[in-house]
Structures are given as C-alpha cells and as structure tokens.
Design a protein around this ligand. Structure first.
Ligand SMILES: NC(=O)c1ccc[n+]([C@@H]2O[C@H](COP(=O)([O-])OP(=O)(O)OC[C@H]3O[C@@H](n4cnc5c(N)ncnc54)[C@H](O)[C@@H]3O)[C@@H](O)[C@H]2O)c1
Length: 291
C-alpha cells in the first residue's frame, strides 16, 4: 500500500481526541467514519462538526464548498463493523486501558480489510502490547496526536520492533497529509517523546504542590510567565483530562511497581469527585461559567 491508496479512515472513539481527529481527516478529504460505543458521545461529536465547520467558514479558514465537502466526508455510527469495513487506515482513540485496546484491535483485525493499517493514538501504551492481539502485527503502530488534535501540529510515529518499514512510512506520510508535523521515534519507550518531557515537569510541579511550597495557580504562572509555556502543568492537566492522568499513572504503577508513579492525593481526590477538568466543568480550575 502507498499513502495515496488511503481514501477511507475509521476513527474509533469519539471522545476528547477522536471527534477532532475525525473532523480533521474529513476536512483533509478523507471519507471518515467515526464510531463510539456511547450514543451520547457520538451525538456530541456530530454536533461539534455541525458547529465547527460553519465557524471555520465564518473565520475565513475554509470556503463554504470545503466545509460542505468535509461534512459529506464524515459519518457517525455506533456499529464498529460498519465503520471499519472499508477502512484503509484505522485510528483508535478509546480509553487508555490496555485490555480494552487489545480486545478492540482483535475485533478490528477481523472487521477491517487486510491491507488496513491499525494505528493507536494511545498516549503511553506501546503498540507491541496490542499488536499480537491481531494477525497483522506489522501493520499495528502508534500514531500519537496531541490535544486539541485540530490545532496541535505534532504527531509522534513510533516504530515498534514488530512494525514494518512500510507501515511506519505510510503513517508518517499520512500525518503530513493531515497537515501535521510528524516525528519518527525509532524505539518504543514509555511516554514516547514529548510526554516524557512533560512528565518530568509535572512530577516536579506535583512535588512542589504536595510539599506546600507553592499553590498550583502560582506553579502554572511560573511556567507561563517565566518559561513562556502556553499554559502551566495544572491547566494543561485540566485540558487533557485528570481521568486520563489518573489512569495512566495507575497503569504505570501496575506495570513498574514504582510508587513514585502514583498520582498525588489532590489529583486522586479530584478524580474520585468526577472533577476531570474542562470536560466536566471542574478540575484544578472551575469552568462552570465557560460555555
Ligand atoms: N486527552 C488527551 O489529551 C490525549 C492526547 C493524546 C492521546 N490521547 C489518547 O487518546 C485516547 C483517547 O483519549 P481521550 O482523551 O479522547 O478519551 P475520552 O475518554 O475522551 O474518549 C474515549 C472514548 O472511547 C470510547 N470507547 C471506549 N471503548 C470503546 C470501544 N470498544 N469502541 C469504541 N469506542 C470506545 C468511550 O465511549 C469514549 O467516548 C487514549 O488512548 C489517550 O491516551 C489522549
């Protein structure tokens, strides 16, 4: 297969990441199916597309024709079989739980055409933990977008030991076609590239907070006004999801037994109160006034 042969993209999971990745693919001319197991999530994703595209026309970023074409390119379905049946490239963006992803990839392996590449957008689960759930491990790869996927340019393409050169190259080229700036990661490593750097910052920020050295607001201010970061680690955590941080930290702890990977008590409290950040209206900060 060549990148030019990719016409149909299937995005599995219509949450935080999936709804934006599928919108992006549709805008860039791919016939896109977006699927999720929850009706409400799919409806929300569809409502987003119906508002986002006209908004881009109003801002002069898309012509009316481009927006109309993008709308025609995307469809939403709860039926995974239907979503995957014609896919040349699948991008999985479901919950960050390895067993869920393994089961899904085993299903996708049966449902998607045999030439299709199956990519995971996982933030931390390397594709070799998933690939052997399929009969096409050489076509299973990490393709890691950043949040918000419509805006952030970086895509990390990770070539695990089982991934063929062709799969890695096509994935890299597809990221370019999706108007992204891909980087090649030659070996599987926890957290890939940028999240390892972010994790080092977050760990230090959490330690400063837990030791009572500074408030999270001031730690964020220091990063923004001293280091020129667009936002501090706590504000960023609200954007990416406290639930995701919690799950990732617990998965890392289960895998390594390293207690320093455990989430800090103030994050755990928020997680169990259901305060996941922007998406629930509250996290480290309060968004209840924000429409
Ligand atoms: N949130 C981020 O900032 C971010 C950034 C980069 C990568 N990621 C990765 O993207 C993936 C999704 O993260 P998210 O933040 O979008 O999560 P999310 O919780 O917002 O969305 C996940 C969606 O997957 C759906 N789902 C669960 N099981 C499914 C299945 N078997 N089939 C179809 N849909 C299913 C859920 O209903 C949910 O809507 C994770 O692997 C995460 O590590 C997240």
């Amino acid at each position: 297969m060549k990148v030019d042969d990719i016409k149909n993209i299937c995005v599995v999971g219509a949450g935080n990441m999936g709804h934006q990745i599928s919108t992006l693919a549709a805008i860039l001319g791919y016939k896109t199916t977006c699927t999720d197991i929850i009706d409400e999530v799919l409806k929300k994703a569809e409502t987003f597309v119906n508002k986002y595209l006209p908004g881009r026309v109003e801002k002069g970023k898309l012509t009316k024709e481009q927006a109309d074409r993008a709308r025609q390119n995307i469809r939403f379905t709860k039926d995974l079989k239907d979503a995957a049946k014609d896919a040349d490239f699948v991008i999985e963006a479901v919950l960050e739980v390895v067993d869920i992803k393994r089961k899904l990839f085993a299903d996708l392996d049966k449902m998607a055409p045999s030439h299709a590449i199956l990519a995971t957008n996982s933030s931390a689960i390397v594709s070799s933990l998933i690939a052997d759930a399929t009969k096409r491990p050489e076509k299973v790869i990490n393709m890691h977008f950043f949040n918000p996927a419509l805006v952030m340019k970086l895509v990390e393409v990770v070539k695990g030991p089982h991934v063929s050169d062709e799969t890695a190259e096509i994935t890299y080229q597809l990221a370019e076609r999706l108007d992204k700036v891909p980087v090649r990661i030659h070996k599987e490593v926890d957290g890939f590239l940028l999240n390892r750097i972010f994790k080092a910052i977050a760990r230090e920020a959490h330690w400063l907070l837990e030791m009572g050295i500074a408030s999270y607001e001031d730690i964020d201010k220091a990063c923004v006004y001293g280091a020129g970061h667009p936002m501090g680690p706590f504000r960023l955590n609200d954007l990416t999801g406290i639930d995701l941080s919690y799950t990732m930290s617990m998965e890392e702890f289960k895998k390594t037994g390293d207690r320093s990977a455990l989430p800090i008590p103030s994050l755990v409290e928020r997680y169990f109160r259901g305060e996941y950040g922007e998406k629930t209206g509250k996290g480290w900060y309060d968004y209840s006034d924000k429409k």
